[in-house]
Design a protein around this ligand. Structure first.
Ligand SMILES: *Cc1c(COP(=O)(O)O)cnc(C)c1O
Length: 421
């Protein structure tokens, strides 16, 4: 029996209504930018498997290092013990993170990295004897699927059963260059009537909101407002981190640095799961005390797993290499050329790009949206490209190692799809 059929018996997939979408594709092998399925089809992974495998699938520089680490130390409790892979990773990260970041806290995925960011923000004030219970977040943001991170995400149709149990969150629009004064007025009103502990935000690009990009000066003004009101700023760089925007971190574009940064996805180059929450010395100091209760009593069994740390360290070395830095520049330039070519197409409503992230909105009636999205997705796969449209947005976030020919093919299937809608 095919894997596709055996899958149906016991497996329950994420973000899937199985009655409406019963079919899966069984991937048997992945190398570089190419996915192979059980029927012998090949697909270019143009979204790097949700932006994780940025150095290509099964990258040997990473897998060899992890294989060696496997012979040395596999797993160890990270409370009371430490190890070289975690220490080396912390040293490498601190070198590339914004200057104010100084401490690193481990977890397992993007949602937990945000969850911990939220707990740090709430407990920071608690430890200082101030009860602050409200968070601020952008409309349309996405921060993960655990309760804290769901709470700060834009209300979605999928969250219905849980909304009554959310943390208290006030929402503001993303800055667009024209609404900055209005946003600051709203913030002023919010702080007058609420005890605000923190702001959680995706810097410059909202991934799940279909790669929505927004104004950096407006964001800077919001972050400055937060600093002035002792509101802890938590930058969710789970998607934007590690070179996607053309700099190591999206926060590098903004003068005011966040107090806390959440990382995952490309952190380990897609080899194994890991999340990180980093913070400034100021945050850490609020927890450093003779009083044991002021500590951050949060921990996951696999915190700082040595194999994950090794994968992350090897990934950061690749990111810093001349080859990858050059690849990033080449992809950025290539997207710009494609954009010039495609932006005036009558089926294209708008395009946007930051770094290697390119997105295009289709000029189509929204009522066709559900079926149209499935039609596009299938068209891309039938033509050997894995792209996952979000509503009427098609976006590319390909591995940094994508070849010129592969990237040309991705552009071509997008251009071709415009003819069938
Ligand atoms: C994917 C994502 C998350 C959640 O990460 P998981 O590892 O899926 O839990 C959080 N924030 C952002 C910005 C993301 O893109």
């Amino acid at each position: 029996m095919k894997l596709q059929e055996r899958d149906k018996k016991h497996l329950w997939h994420p973000l899937t209504q199985h009655k409406l979408h019963p079919e899966t594709i069984a991937i048997t092998k992945a190398k570089g930018c190419i996915l192979h399925d059980e029927d012998g089809n090949e697909y270019i992974d143009a979204i790097a498997s949700w932006y994780t495998c940025m150095y290509g699938h099964c990258n040997e520089y990473i897998t060899n290092r992890v294989a060696a680490q496997m012979q040395q130390l596999d797993q160890i409790v990270f409370s009371g013990f430490t190890h070289e892979p975690a220490i080396k990773l912390s040293e490498a990260l601190i070198k590339i993170l914004p200057d104010n970041q100084n401490k690193i806290f481990f977890s397992d995925n993007g949602s937990t990295s945000v969850e911990i960011g939220i707990k740090m923000a709430l407990q920071f004030h608690f430890n200082k004897g101030e009860k602050r219970n409200v968070l601020i977040a952008f409309e349309d943001g996405f921060h993960g699927d655990t309760f804290g991170s769901m709470s700060v995400s834009g209300l979605s149709v999928y969250n219905g059963p849980f909304e009554d149990f959310f943390l208290e969150v006030k929402r503001i629009p993303t800055p667009n260059g024209k609404n900055n004064d209005a946003i600051l007025n709203t913030l002023n009103t919010i702080v007058k009537t609420n005890k605000v502990a923190g702001l959680v935000y995706e810097p410059l690009v909202q991934g799940a909101a279909a790669m929505k990009m927004y104004d950096s000066e407006g964001l800077n003004a919001i972050l400055r407002f937060c600093k002035n009101h002792h509101i802890i700023t938590v930058a969710d760089e789970v998607m934007t981190g590690f070179g996607k925007t053309g700099k190591y971190f999206a926060s590098d574009y903004i003068d005011t640095k966040p107090d806390i940064i959440c990382l995952s996805k490309a952190l380990t180059g897609g080899l194994v799961p890991m999340g990180l929450t980093t913070c400034s010395e100021d945050i850490y100091e609020a927890f450093y005390s003779d009083d044991i209760r002021k500590g951050l009593f949060h921990g996951h069994t696999y915190s700082a797993n040595p194999l994950a740390c090794t994968a992350a360290l090897a990934s950061i070395e690749l990111l810093q290499s001349g080859t990858i830095q050059q690849n990033i520049k080449t992809i950025i330039a290539s997207h710009k050329v494609f954009n010039e070519h495609i932006k005036a197409h009558p089926k294209v409503k708008s395009t946007r790009q930051i770094g290697i992230i390119f997105a295009l909105d289709l000029n189509v009636e929204m009522k066709r949206y559900g079926n149209l999205r499935d039609k596009l997705f299938k068209h891309f796969l039938d033509h050997g490209v894995f792209l996952r449209p979000l509503g009427n947005t098609i976006y590319i976030q390909a591995p940094y190692v994508i070849t010129k020919e592969q990237l040309e093919k991705v552009y071509r299937v997008i251009e071709d799809v415009l003819e069938i809608i």
